[in-house]
Design a protein around this ligand. Structure first.
Ligand SMILES: Nc1nc2c(ncn2[C@@H]2O[C@H](COP(=O)(O)OP(=O)(O)OP(=O)(O)O)[C@@H](O)[C@H]2O)c(=O)[nH]1
Ligand SMILES: [Mg+2]
Length: 294
């Protein structure tokens, strides 16, 4: 039996959480086309006949400006220290840029501190033609000694099974740490808050996605029903108006999509109440960040 921890790191938006969900065959991490979607470490467990893989998804590594983003980057850096193996994810759609070099710098430090192996994952190969991937592999190879280089598509699933095989080979022998039914360590409250945040990210633009946090005020299970009340925090009145939308239409749509997804995930009927509150500069407020679980 092989057992080990794999930390997924990379720039924001390269597809780390999409890969986590693909490997788990279950959606436990939210995804959006906006950078900085993931704000915390997310644990998922892959159970195979001959292995247990503990995956840790992380916030994107970047030059953080506010306190929230500093915490996110710190989380990603610290989570690398827990790994037996690192997945370092980049995109196939562009040559290595400053953001990728920043990631590789951080990875190099984590590796020299722990001597752990690293796989380079070139994601989104579905968007480019094969001949464009080869020079990319070459340029990344000159930057670091990778134990494996795997071009893949987290979205279509291309090469994801191959990645699993290579991963099992690279992990140490050991007994499983988690029970067979454990998929994630996130509570239903956290999952509910994240699902709501995902729907907001998908329906808003510009600075709004970065200014939103979701707090669960109440989560009560009554038989087959879950009564959930949540507050959406924003930083400005103008953002509140955007989240609510004309005659409350946007908030209503956000609530409907969130409820449908929660009902599917929890296997419960969900009654969801959403409120929007302005909390100026919460992203700079250390106490608030801790309270929100960041
Ligand atoms: N075409 C294509 N799109 C992908 C693939 N993987 C992810 N995406 C898209 O890329 C965007 C970002 O995906 P995420 O999984 O949220 O990226 P992330 O690296 O977790 O981002 P952060 O949490 O912000 O760091 C989403 O729009 C995904 O649908 C892929 O293999 N192919
Ligand atoms: Mg993510």
């Amino acid at each position: 039996m092989k057992t080990g921890t794999v930390t997924i790191v990379g720039r924001p938006n390269v597809g780390k959480s999409t890969l986590l969900n693909a490997l788990l065959k279950e959606k436990i991490a939210i995804i959006s086309d906006k950078p900085q979607t993931t704000r915390t470490r997310i644990l998922g467990v892959v159970h195979l006949a001959d292995a247990q893989i503990v995956l840790l998804d992380t916030p994107g590594l970047h030059q953080a400006k506010d306190r929230l983003n500093q915490r996110m980057v710190r989380t990603a850096v610290e989570t690398m220290r827990e790994a037996d193996l690192l997945y370092v994810m980049v995109e196939a759609t562009a040559a290595p840029g400053p953001g990728d070099r920043f990631v590789i710098e951080q990875v190099r430090e984590a590796i020299s501190a722990g001597g752990r192996p690293a796989f380079l994952l070139i994601n989104k190969v579905d968007l480019v033609s094969k001949p464009r991937v080869l020079p990319l592999i070459e340029s990344y190879r000159t930057m670091m000694d990778w134990n494996e280089v795997v071009p893949l598509s987290a979205q279509t699933g291309l090469n994801v099974d191959r990645l699993l095989e290579l991963t099992v080979k690279a992990l140490p022998e050991g007994d499983p740490v988690y029970g067979e039914d454990v998929v994630t360590d996130q509570s239903m409250r956290t999952l509910a808050a994240e699902i709501i945040r995902e729907k907001i990210l998908q329906k808003t633009r510009e600075e709004v996605p970065y200014s939103v946090a979701v707090e669960i005020d109440r989560f009560v299970e009554e038989g087959k029903l879950a009564r959930i009340a949540a507050t959406v925090l924003v930083e400005k009145e103008s953002q509140k108006a955007i989240v609510i939308g004309k005659r409350g239409e946007r908030l209503k749509a956000i609530g409907t999509y969130a409820r449908i997804e929660m009902e599917r995930l929890f296997g419960l009927k969900v009654f969801l109440e959403l409120w929007v509150k302005v909390r100026p500069a919460w992203r700079q407020d250390e106490l608030m960040l801790t309270e929100l679980g960041y």
